[in-house]
Design a protein around this ligand. Structure first.
Ligand code: C2E
Ligand code: MG
Ligand code: MG
Length: 775
């Protein structure tokens, strides 16, 4: 009856695979066992039958028993239903090893008995060829476990070779020696086979691991990927490509053609027809290329970037990336860089580029640039808050858009500055007309979050000229805007070249002014204030003069505002205070010095220390210093102002309110701040002969006097003015050219000597001083 371990070769291979997975290496033996199972049992029986030697029968029995036992083992192995665990594999291997070694030992015994127990050549031939054949096959089978093969070699061939040598026949001895060499050769073959097997197995494992990694990478990459063979058929595709293109699994079989794949994408609605053609063209071209397609997918616009790369052996790799987000972000960044985020209008850069292009196009047309600045916008922001300010700016932008012609262009330059470029004007009147409409429209009332808001607009206009670039044009319009604001808000003004000259003058003035303090070009002049009762100089006002090397004496009206803007006023003011106090210390004790403090100077933190320091270095008594401040100084930071003035007053320093009547002239200032003196501005003297101005002057003077303040009238130039002012006795002091113009320190000392040295008659007209000041 035939005996089979495995039902089929496939079954056997699976058994072998199980063993290999479990870590065993004796697999080939099992395969071979399948083929040789039946033959094993018959070997010993044949020789015993042939020779009739008694000891051969036990050998035959042993071979049959061992063969049967091994066959049963193999059958059990084959019938396993579960995958081998490493521990089970070790047990099975051990069983196999014992079976193999015992069977080889039985063959060796059989050869020994046959070779030594009989001279029958057929028996000798039979046992040696069978044993050698078995061993040769075993070496091939057991390449995975060379130790088993070598043990078989030792136990089967060892006794056979010894028995041949023991027979003493030289042929048998020679044959035995040849066999030894043969066995050594078999051993080497067995080892070489094992090494080859091990290498192949590792290579296979590596390949499998690599394939797994490649699969994982392919399916987890953010790009869709597919590879096409040189024949244009799909070789590899990843799942991302399928997801991106909304393709069903069935469509992703390898072997599908390019046209089928891309048509499936079109059918799925993920690629448009026109884009499909370009994609197919690029794949078939087999060259490095990159295209971006824009499709509508699920109602949204989608941008796909396709990269095509030729492969070494022909064919193309296609990578697809969804760049929609990236493109949108780029578009947003570009928009942000070129447009104002609040109003959506082009920004300064875009506007500049646009008009630069316009100006270099040499169309020969004249255009105008209107620089618009909103009046009172800051107040809206400060009082109603920034969200309302923002809404207002958007409204302004909308109104401007509505006013422009199709060729015109408007931009926001930041803050409350807007710029309009009016293309191809026939004359300046076109721009004037547009400017008028803009001022009018922007001045109309706005409704912002239930608030009614009113603002105005000032406009500077510059008309294009040959050779004028964008920056120049903007600068000119800006200068015109400055002029328009100076002239009074809510107006427009065209740029004139004199403006540039004025600005240039101002620039040089700033440079010179910085040097002036270092070069000690400043000087103090003094103008007397005459007490109308005593007719003597009671106070001298320190007035700044700049002795410019080229321009001569420069008026403080030109210097102070510029020094304020440059921040130079702090250092300059400190110097004036010190110089004035030092000079006053040289005068008669009853004469005070009055020093003007500009609003900016007065509101800087260290002003009180500066005043104290000036008194300290000059040694002047505090009650001989009078500081003159203006109404605008009182308007700012009122709490601090009141406290600071109070402190000065407590220290004995007198406070005078200068130029009263030029600002808001609020009478409430007179009693809400600690003041010692009010200086009524010379503008009150205009029309003094008429009733109303005179009544006004007298009213203010009386009110101030009633509040306990001395009253000074500035700018008295004629006797008539003096007589009118002095008539009712409320005005305590007078200042003006009638007595003396502001004069240098040396001259004021002479005046003081004249006034205080020789006692003048106490008539109300102050004639004594007048005569001294006019020499
Ligand atoms: P202010 O303080 O009101 O000074 C009086 C100005 O009126 C002086 O002009 C003076 O020359 C002028 N004045 C006096 N009497 C007459 C007159 O009868 N008729 C006319 N038409 N003008 C007369 P000044 O020196 O040009 O100073 C102008 C302004 O500059 C000053 O007005 C003051 O506000 C400011 N200023 C002058 N010196 C200083 C200073 O040292 N510091 C500060 N912060 N401001 C100063
Ligand atoms: Mg003054
Ligand atoms: Mg004044």
């Amino acid at each position: 009856m035939p005996f089979r371990i495995c039902e089929s070769e496939q079954q056997c291979a699976s058994v072998a695979d199980d063993l290999r997975r479990a870590g065993g290496f004796a697999v080939p033996e099992f395969r071979a066992g399948v083929r040789h199972g039946r033959q094993r049992r018959d070997r010993g029986r044949l020789t015993a039958t042939k020779i009739g030697q008694f000891w051969l029968w036990p050998c035959a029995l042993l071979l049959i028993l061992l063969g049967t036992w091994r066959a049963v083992q193999m059958r059990q192995y084959e019938r396993r239903t579960s995958v081998l665990t490493p521990a089970e594999a070790v047990i099975w291997e051990r069983r196999y090893k014992w079976g193999a070694v015992l069977y080889a030992a039985a063959l060796g015994l059989w050869c020994t008995v046959a070779l030594l127990g009989t001279d029958d050549l057929v028996a000798h031939l039979l046992c040696t060829t069978v044993t050698i054949g078995y061993i040769a096959a075993s070496v091939g089978r057991n390449y995975g476990r060379p130790r088993i093969a070598q043990l078989q070699l030792l136990f089967a061939c060892g006794p056979m070779a010894v028995a041949m040598i023991l027979r003493g026949d030289p042929y048998y001895v020679g044959l035995a020696l040849l066999q030894v060499l043969f066995f050594i050769g078999l051993k080497h073959i067995n080892i070489a086979l094992e090494q080859t097997y091990v290498k192949a197995m590792f290579a296979h494992e590596r390949e499998a691991a690599l394939a797994n990694q490649f699969d994982a990478a392919l399916n987890n990459m953010p790009y869709g990927l597919c590879m096409f063979t040189p024949e244009g058929r799909l070789a590899v595709i990843n799942s991302r490509f399928g997801q991106m293109m909304k393709l069903r699994e069935a469509r992703l079989r390898s072997g599908t053609t390019i046209h089928e794949i891309i048509s499936a994408c079109v059918a799925a609605g993920s690629v448009q027809d026109v884009n499909a053609e370009s994609v197919i063209r690029e794949i078939e071209r087999r060259q490095d290329a990159e295209i971006t397609t824009l499709d509508t997918c699920d109602g949204n616009e989608r941008a796909l970037q396709w990269t095509f790369q030729p492969m070494a052996g022909g064919g193309t790799v296609v990578l697809v990336e969804d760049v929609t987000e990236q493109r949108n972000a780029e578009a947003r960044i570009i928009h942000l860089a070129r447009f104002d985020a609040l109003t959506g209008l082009p920004n300064r850069q875009t506007f500049r580029d646009e008009i630069d292009r316009e100006l270099t196009s040499e169309s020969g047309q004249v255009s105008a640039l209107l620089f618009i600045d909103l009046d009172q916008f800051k107040q809206v922001n400060d009082t109603l808050g920034h969200p309302c300010g923002d809404r207002l700016l958007c409204e302004v932008a909308d109104r401007l858009r509505g006013l422009l012609g199709e060729n015109d262009f408007v931009a926001r330059f930041g803050g409350d500055e807007f710029v309009v470029f009016q293309r191809n004007i026939a004359s300046r009147e076109d721009s004037a007309e547009l400017a008028r409409r803009i001022v009018e429209r922007l001045s109309e009332r706005y409704q912002i979050n239930r608030h009614l808001v009113e603002i105005g607009a000032s406009i500077g206009i510059a008309v294009t000229e040959p050779g004028v670039d964008a920056d120049h044009l903007l600068k000119n319009a800006d200068m015109a805007l400055y002029q328009s604001k100076t002239d009074g808000r809510g107006q427009f003004c065209f740029f004139q070249h004199e403006m540039a000259e004025a600005i240039e003058r101002r620039r040089t003035l700033e440079i010179d002014l910085r040097q002036a303090l270092v070069n000690e070009e400043f000087e103090l002049f003094f103008q007397p204030l005459v007490n109308l009762k005593s007719g003597r100089i009671s106070t001298c006002e320190a007035l700044l003069r700049w002795r410019h090397p080229v321009r001569g004496l420069v008026s403080p009206a030109d210097v102070i505002p510029v020094a304020e803007e440059m921040g130079l006023i702090v250092d300059l003011g400190r110097w004036i205070l010190r110089e004035a106090c030092i000079e006053c210390a040289k005068w008669p004790k009853q004469v005070r010095v009055a020093v003007n403090l500009s609003p900016l100077q007065f509101h800087q933190a260290a002003v009180l220390d500066d005043i104290r320091f000036a008194l300290q270095v000059s040694g002047l008594e505090p009650n001989r210093l009078e500081v003159e401040i203006t109404e605008s100084s009182l308007m700012r930071n009122t709490e601090w102002t009141r406290r600071a003035l109070g402190e000065l007053q407590e220290e004995g320093i007198r406070i005078a309110l200068d130029d009263f009547g030029t600002g808001y002239s609020s009478l409430s200032y007179l009693h809400s701040f600690p003041l010692d003196k009010v200086k009524i501005d010379r503008s009150f003297l205009e029309g003094i002969r008429e009733d109303k101005p005179l009544m006004l002057l007298r009213g203010v003077a009386r009110l101030s006097a009633d509040l306990g303040m001395s009253v000074v009238v500035e700018g008295i130039e004629t006797n008539e003015q003096l007589e009118i002012v002095a008539a009712d006795g409320t005005v305590t002091e007078a200042q003006g050219y009638l007595f003396s113009r502001p004069v240098a320190a040396g001259q004021i000392r002479q005046l003081l000597a004249a006034s205080h040295g020789q006692r003048a008659a106490p008539d109300a007209s102050g004639r004594a001083v007048r005569s001294a000041g006019q020499h």
